[in-house]
Design a protein around this ligand. Structure first.
Ligand code: AMP
Ligand code: MG
Length: 491
C-alpha cells in the first residue's frame, strides 16, 4: 500500500509532479529478492504493467508522485535551493510488516526542481547505482536499494547522445541534512520543527522512547541519532575501501543509509588520499577525508537545529556540541571494532594503531590491493591459501611478509588466534567487491543493449564473503593498465 506521510506536511516540502513518458522501456535488471521483502507480488513483477510503471509511463495504484525540495553545501558552498531534479517520489510503500519505504524513480523526467537539467539519466549511472548499492547491501552496509533498472529507449544528451535509463530506488527515506538546511537556512527556520518531528517519528522512535527524562528533546534525540548512525556508516565505508565521491550535505541521509552512487568507487590498490571523482579536483572527498567531512556535515546539521534545542542559547549550544562530539568517539569505537575483526585481534586497543599503520604502509609502498590484502591475511590466519586462487591473485611484498611477524606476535600475546577471530575475519574481509573496472564493463555492455554482464556481476556480488569456483575472474584486481581511476557523476 502506498501512503505519503511526507506529502501531508504540506506543499512547502514537496510538489506533485508527473513522470514524463518514455518511448520503448525495457528491463535491464529486476531485483526479485528485494521485491520479495517488499511484498510486491511475483506474478505482477515482470508484467508490461510493472514495466510501464517503473518507466514512468503509468502510475501505480495509490501513488501520487511528487518531488521534494532541499538545499545543501556542495563542495563547501551553500546552494539555497536544490531538490529532486532528476528523481520522482512514487510514495512511501508500507509493507505488511509495518516498514515504510520511499520508492523513487531516478531519471523519470523534469520536475519543478530540475533547473537547467533534463531530469534524465544515461544508462551508465543507472547501472553503476544498481550494482554498487546492491553490493553494498550484501556487504552489510546501510544503503538505499535498487529495485529495478529500465532502459527507456530514448537518448539523453551528455557529451554526445547516450541511451537513457531509469533506476527504481528504495530507501528508508530520502530526507537529507540538506532537507533540514533548506528550511533552517533558506526559509529562516519556518517548517523546521515539523520536519524534525516527522524525521524523528519516522527513524528515531526507539531512541526517543529510551531518552532519559532529563533530556526529552526530540531535536536532541534526532541530532544524536544521526551523529551515531553516520559515524557508524562512514566507519564501514573506511573498513571496505569505499569512496563515496560527493559527500555534500544534500547527499547525507538522516536515516543513516548510503545514498547517491554518483562517482563512487572502491579502491583497488591502497592509497590514503585516493580520489576517483572527476569533479573533486581538490581531493576534498578523498578516502582519508571522509570521516572528517561527515563530521563537518553534522556540524552544519547541528547549526540548523540550534534554535530548536533550547530557548537558552548557551544551553542550546552545549547540547548541540555534546551531540556532535559523539561523532568522533562513536567513529573511533566502531572503526576500532571493525579493524579488530579485519585483523583478527578480538578487540582493538590503542596500542594496535602502530600495527595497523604498518600494514597500510606496506600496502601503499607495495602498490598492493586493499581487498585482496585483507583476504590474504584471513587465509593466512586460517593456515591455508590453497583452497583459494590467492596464490595467483595476490603477491605479498617483502615488507608485508615481514609485517606478519609482528601481527602474529600480537595475536599470540592476546590469545586472539582462535576459530572465533578467524570467523570474524572471514565476515569482515570480502573476497569480491564491485570493482570499478568490472562496473565499467557492465556499463559498456549495457550501452550496447547487453545486460548479461550487469546481471552476472550483480549475482556474484550478492555473496561477497564467500569464495566461488570462478573467482580467478571475479576476485582479481585489475592490472595497472585497466585500472579505472576516474569516475563521473553522469548528471
Ligand atoms: P547530485 O550531484 O546527484 O547530488 O545532484 C545535485 C543536484 O542536481 C540535485 O538537486 C539533482 O536533482 C540535480 N540534478 C542532477 N542531475 C540532473 C538532471 N539530469 N536533471 C535535473 N536535475 C539534475
Ligand atoms: Mg544528490
Amino acid at each position: 500500500m502506498f501512503d505519503s506521510s511526507y506529502r501531508r506536511l504540506g506543499d512547502a516540502y514537496s510538489v506533485l509532479c508527473a513522470a514524463t513518458p518514455v518511448s520503448e522501456p525495457k528491463w535491464m535488471a529486476f531485483n526479485h529478492a528485494l521485491a520479495e521483502t517488499m511484498g510486491w507480488p511475483k506474478a505482477w513483477r515482470e508484467t508490461d504493467e510493472a514495466l510501464a510503471a517503473l518507466a514512468g509511463n503509468s502510475t501505480l495504484a495509490g501513488s501520487t508522485p511528487y518531488a521534494t525540495v532541499y538545499a545543501g553545501h556542495q563542495f563547501g558552498s551553500y546552494n539555497p535551493q536544490l531538490g529532486d531534479g532528476r528523481a520522482l517520489m512514487l510514495g512511501e510503500w508500507c509493507t505488511e510488516e509495518g516498514k515504510r519505504l520511499d520508492v523513487q524513480l531516478k531519471g523519470a523526467g523534469r520536475t519543478p526542481f530540475s533547473r537547467g537539467g533534463d531530469g534524465r539519466s544515461p544508462i551508465g549511472p543507472v547501472v553503476r547505482e544498481y550494482l554498487v548499492s546492491e553490493a553494498m547491501a550484501a556487504l552489510g552496509v546501510p544503503t538505499t536499494r535498487a529495485l529495478a533498472a529500465v532502459a527507456t529507449g530514448d537518448p539523453v544528451l551528455r557529451q554526445g547522445p547516450e541511451p537513457g535509463g531509469i533506476l527504481t530506488r528504495v530507501a528508508s527515506s530520502h530526507l537529507r541534512i540538506g532537507t533540514v538546511q533548506y528550511f533552517a537556512m533558506s526559509k529562516g527556520g519556518d517548517g523546521v520543527a515539523e520536519l524534525v518531528n516527522h524525521i524523528t517519528m519516522r527513524h528515531y522512535q526507539e531512541e526517543l522512547a529510551q531518552s532519559s527524562a532529563a533530556n526529552p528533546g526530540t531535536t536532541q534525540v534526532l541530532l544524536k541519532g544521526v551523529c551515531k548512525r553516520l559515524a557508524s556508516l562512514v566507519a564501514q565505508w573506511q573498513s571496505l575501501g569505499f569512496i563515496h565521491g560527493v559527500l555534500n550535505t544534500d547527499n547525507m541521509l538522516l536515516c543513516g543509509e548510503t545514498v547517491d552512487y554518483g562517482p563512487c568507487a572502491f579502491m583497488d590498490n591502497y592509497a590514503a588520499d585516493r580520489v576517483f571523482s572527476s569533479i573533486d579536483t581538490g581531493g576534498r572527498y578523498a578516502y582519508q577525508n571522509q570521516p572528517g567531512i561527515v563530521h563537518w556535515n553534522l556540524s552544519v546539521l547541528a547549526q540548523c537545529l540550534l534554535p530548536l534545542m533550547h530557548d537558552d542559547q548557551e544551553k542550546a549550544l552545549q547540547a548541540a556540541q555534546h551531540a556532535v562530539d559523539l561523532f568522533p568517539r562513536h567513529f573511533t569505537d566502531v572503526h576500532g571494532a571493525l579493524l579488530a575483526n579485519k585483523f583478527g585481534l578480538g578487540t582493538f586497543r590503542e596500542s594496535d594503531r602502530e600495527l595497523v599503520d604498518g600494514f597500510f604502509k606496506a600496502l601503499a609502498e607495495g602498490d598492493l590491493d586493499f581487498t585482496l590484502a585483507f583476504r590474504w591475511l584471513t587465509e593466512v590466519a586460517g593456515g591455508n591459501l590453497d583452497h583459494t586462487p590467492l596464490p595467483e591473485l595476490f603477491k605479498p611484498s617483502v615488507a608485508l611478509l615481514k609485517w606478519l611477524d609482528g601481527w602474529r606476535a600480537v595475536r599470540k600475546q592476546r590469545n586472539a588466534d582462535t576459530e572465533a577471530t578467524l570467523e570474524q575475519m572471514r565476515k569482515a574481509n570480502p573476497v569480491v567487491i564491485p570493482r570499478n573496472h568490472r562496473v565499467a564493463e557492465a556499463i559498456s555492455a549495457a550501452e550496447l543493449g547487453d545486460y548479461r554482464v550487469l546481471n552476472d556481476y550483480h549475482q556474484r556480488w550478492q555473496t561477497p564473503y564467500e569464495w566461488h569456483a570462478d573467482d580467478r575472474l571475479y576476485a582479481a584486481s585489475p592490472e595497472p593498465e585497466v585500472r579505472v581511476t576516474r569516475t563521473f557523476c553522469g548528471t
